[in-house]
Design a protein around this ligand. Structure first.
Ligand code: FAD
Length: 663
């Protein structure tokens, strides 16, 4: 559209308080824009995103008969939607709008006011040229399937599933372990209230099991996902437990009957501190309370020479089925909540702390099990040789805040170290030392808990531990572990002999987080935790519409924050379902059929599997619901027969020329 054709552009330059105006002369930018061809009105305003700012746009559309809008403000990620809405409610097609980022791409990255202002003027000129080429586009509507898939049955997945199910929606909860519960099921008490973990978790676990709106598949994993928001299809592989869940009464007689009178397999749930049988339930409150046979350990699977006492013990129920095979379930869902949690840092990687070398060096998770009334020692804190420790050292930040391992703070370790210090002292009367870099207790009741520990005469030594060694300098250190540390408050190098060392290991992404990320087509941050769409404004959404995040898979957090996030993810899913359908932006690619030669170059390149080949017409076809507008196919098409809405060639050329033209 040219000036002659009645082009009337409104240009709005935002101050963003001093965020932009502190570095960019916004008035000069607005004045310069006023002189551009086709610009009917140009203004600057303190906060364009505020109600009065948006009203300016709406009123000017009417008052000046505007037919194109340019807003120079922050990132489109933040407010493109806001200004498109203002454009639409002012009476224009919302795609007659162009946003210019003069904050993240200008004022925040430049210091020189003159240069930053010149850059903003150039960017606005380019946008004014570009917006003239914009076409009126329409959003499309996609219906939402009302069922939700929740992946991961820790406290995050459990809470999200129950929230959705209680709201009347059907939930498929998929957990890869034989029981739901996640890490929380391993704890005896939780900070800072020291309330019993099982008492708050197990009722929720059984509510999941008994809920008519929840289909629970444990010992299962999602193996394929296809589709798009509102219309996902997932395949779930259910590994054989060899005990039929529908027939099993949970009497556990098959476990007693197993020919292995002595348990022989390291028990993963007890962090290998005890042994289990080849047929087992992970813990007494497991949900479902159905045993599982470990084919790696069961002799029947190796030699076929077992007397199959488990089969006999089950009797008429016939729940034991040693020939069971993997089953595939295929489901339709509208949205997905990922709640796959974390794994604890492997303390062997920090060799200076002697884990795996000295038997009396434990990880925090091991001590959680020792302290647990249903753990391997029935809650008694005893060393591997049966002694009760008299002196205990707790080393913070193992695999956290460390350039050599993980740079991030794991957020929960200070608090769980305080919890363990309290519980170990309570159970053993031992003298307890905490070795910390900084004490981080910012949650509700957390600082008070720290003060309580100080009053309990737990010792705190500020400094990163250099080494745990068994090398004794004198008789006081003989037969004990020695913690070598620089006490940065006292300004001393210290050697503190202890009987037991507890390593407060940090939280890491799950080892298969990369595979899960690819399966669900989402992004992750550099450290491997799943990436939220926006850290402040969309903390549970991902860049893939309809895929939501809950709990530690998004980053380390404690149980209250996990539950809050799971509730938020469930609320997002509910909002989608209750809307019935979702609007999708038209920033998608399309094939110009008359030009397409059917070469198929684009088909395998599409990262979203949105392109197929129509055999009859011998042309490429793009599924608009799957296309994310990444532009890969547009760039790759050898015959230039793929275009992309909002990124048309003429729009890009016009913008480039505007950028390079000197006013
Ligand atoms: C030693 C220690 C002590 C702690 N103590 C406390 C405390 O006292 N108070 C507190 O508030 N917080 C505490 N925390 C933090 C607490 O553990 C977490 O906040 C909480 O477990 C997070 O729950 P989640 O559901 O996100 O993850 P998780 O508990 O890790 O659960 C994730 C679940 O997803 C499953 N899963 C993983 N991948 C898949 C897959 N691909 N498919 C299907 N299922 C999958 C896992 O098997 C697991 O069941 C502690 C942490 C540690 C390490």
């Amino acid at each position: 559209m040219s000036e002659r054709d009645g082009l009337r552009i409104g240009v709005y330059v935002c101050h963003c308080g001093t965020n932009i105006a502190g570095t960019v002369d916004v008035r000069a930018v607005a004045e310069s824009a006023a002189a551009l061809p086709g610009v009917a009105v140009s203004r600057d305003y303190k906060y364009m995103c505020s109600d009065p700012g948006q009203d300016l746009i709406r009123q000017d559309i009417q008052k000046f008969g505007l037919n194109r809008i340019v807003v120079a403000a922050c990132s489109p990620h933040l407010h493109e939607h806001t200004f498109r809405t203002a454009t639409r409610t002012g009476g224009l097609n919302e795609f007659y709008f162009q946003m210019v980022n003069i904050r993240e791409q200008d004022s925040w990255v430049h210091e020189h006011k003159g240069a930053a202002t010149r850059k903003a003027i150039d960017l606005v000129r380019a946008a004014a040229r570009r917006v003239a080429r914009h076409r009126a586009l329409e959003k499309s509507r996609t219906p939402i399937h009302p069922a939700v898939l929740v992946v991961g049955g820790g406290i995050a997945g459990i809470h999200a599933a129950l929230t959705l199910a209680n709201a009347g929606k059907h939930v498929y909860l998929v957990e890869r372990e034989p029981s739901i519960g996640g890490h929380m099921a391993k704890f005896d008490k939780t900070f800072p209230t020291l309330d019993c973990a099982a008492c708050i978790l197990t009722p929720k676990m059984s509510a999941v099991k008994n809920h008519p709106n929840i289909t629970l598949w444990t010992y299962s994993e999602v193996t394929a996902v296809e589709g798009y928001i509102g219309n996902y299809k997932a395949t779930i592989a259910r590994r054989p437990r060899y005990i039929d869940e529908d027939l099993c009464a949970g009497c556990l007689e098959c476990i007693d009957a197993c020919v292995f009178r002595q348990a022989k397999v390291p028990d993963e749930f007890n962090e290998d501190l005890s042994r289990r049988k080849p047929i087992y339930v992970p813990f007494p409150q497991a949900v479902p309370l159905v045993p599982v046979i470990d084919p790696e350990a069961c002799i029947e699977f190796h030699s076929h020479k077992c007397k199959k006492t488990c089969v006999t013990a089950c009797g008429e129920r016939h729940a034991v089925n040693l020939r069971a095979e993997e089953k595939l379930e295929r489901i339709d869902i509208g949205s997905i909540v990922l709640a796959t949690g974390f794994r604890a840092y492997d303390a062997r990687r920090s060799a200076n702390y002697g884990y795996g070398v000295y038997p009396n060096v434990y990880t925090a998770l091991e001590v959680e099990r020792l302290i647990n009334a249903s753990g391997p020692t029935a809650g008694e804190v005893v060393l591997r040789d049966g002694r009760t420790p008299q002196t205990v050292g707790i080393v913070h930040c193992v695999g956290s805040r460390d350039e050599n391992t993980n740079r991030w703070c794991s957020r929960v370790c200070c608090m769980y170290s305080l919890k363990l210090a309290h519980l170990v002292k309570e159970r053993t009367g031992a003298e307890v030392f905490n070795f910390y870099i900084d004490m981080r207790t910012p949650g509700k009741g957390f600082e008070e808990f720290y003060q309580k520990l100080l009053s309990e005469r737990v010792h705190f030594v500020r400094g990163r531990v250099a080494e745990v060694t068994d090398w004794a300098l004198d008789s006081s250190e003989e037969g004990r572990l020695v913690i070598r540390v620089e006490d940065t408050l006292a300004g001393l190098f210290r050697r503190i002999p202890v009987d037991m060392v507890i390593l407060s290991t940090g939280l890491e992404p799950q080892p298969d987080a990369g595979d899960v990320r690819r399966l669900f087509n989402i992004s992750s941050s550099p450290e491997g935790f799943f990436l939220e769409r926006h850290p402040k404004l969309a903390p549970v959404n991902t860049f893939t519409e309809g895929v939501l995040l809950a709990g530690c898979c998004q980053g380390p957090k404690d149980i209250p924050d996990t539950v809050a996030q799971a509730g938020a993810a469930a609320a997002e899913a509910l909002a989608l379902i209750d809307a019935g359908s979702v609007e999708t932006d038209p920033n998608t690619a399309y094939v110009m059929e008359e030009a397409c030669s059917g070469c198929k170059t684009c088909v395998p390149l599409c990262p979203y599997h949105a392109i197929s080949f129509a055999q009859a017409a011998r042309k490429a076809e793009i599924n608009q619901a799957l296309c994310k507008g990444c532009g890969t196919c547009v760039a790759a098409c050898p015959s230039s027969s793929i275009g992309q809405n909002l990124f048309e060639d003429d729009e890009i050329f016009e913008e480039s020329e505007g950028l390079l033209a000197y006013a």
